[in-house]
Design a protein around this ligand. Sequence first.
Ligand SMILES: [Zn+2]
Length: 342
Amino acid sequence: MNKLLPTATAGSLPKPVWLAEPEKLWSPWKLQGDELIEAKQDALRVSLSEQQRAGIDIVSDGEQTRQHFVTTFIEHLTGVDFDKRETVRIRDRYDASVPTVVGAVSREKPVFVEDAKFLRAQTDAPIKWALPGPMTMIDTLYDAHYKSREKLAWEFAKILNEEAKELQAAGVDIIQFDEPAFNVFFDEVNDWGIATLERAIEGLNCETAVHICYGYGIKANTDWKKTLGNEWRQYEKVFPKLQASNIDLVSLECQNSHVPMDLIELIRGKKVMVGAIDVASATVETPEQVADTLRKALRFVDADKLYPCTNCGMAPLPRHVARGKLAALGAGAEIVRQELSA
Ligand SMILES: [Zn+2]
């Protein structure tokens, strides 16, 4: 990107009420068949237009075509039985009923490639596409086949790499892997988590990103955050290895979080998507608050490597709140852009 401080979102944006029940994760679709396909495409167009009106430079589909950032991808794979459910502890934080891995996992056909082509056809702006990361995928399943988190992660990494190569061919500029699990399982991240992520990006020429956050603004996450104390130093455990990895961009939660900003120094050299929008609060930031977060981050990341962004996805928020937050992000980035070029 030639533009200074190009803005982006971490991923999901709210869906229109005619597509799915609002302000809800895993919200069921309201239509079926061809009507659903057309409605998803219409929602994508609306989401794209809202991002561009707000001054978002690197746009996405707002995840309008998926129900959930992890399970929708897994639903398209073989080897996972969605009817056979087990209760497991997700991110070591809350119990959920999840599908079971019953055999070898594989991707018989592309998952998001047609959706990405559709987005590509709508805009000449740089586009970013999100996929779940291998570690976060295994953490959302019960494994009755491989019986090894690491083995299953390597299998998913291979599958993600196939999908990523086709997304790149479809014209995606940045492929992002969502790895909230990197904030929890530090030993595994360092043992094989980052290695499996690098397997997922093997052979790609487009830019690659990893998104590591403290989660959506759902109760299980906000309760967990209350236990983390005044300083959230989780990033410190994985940044050194991430700094040495082949990943180009790192997407982080910085707004209203207790993450000490100086931890960003540990990934010096990487492009940093600085979360300047809190997705766990319905209060819309002012452009000045966004600018303030970006200014603090600029002490630890070079201006040409700073990408103003949201902390995480905004799917569970009311639409007007998300629109307001996008506008604040665009306006806040512009304030700092003006300061830097003055
Ligand atoms: Zn997130």
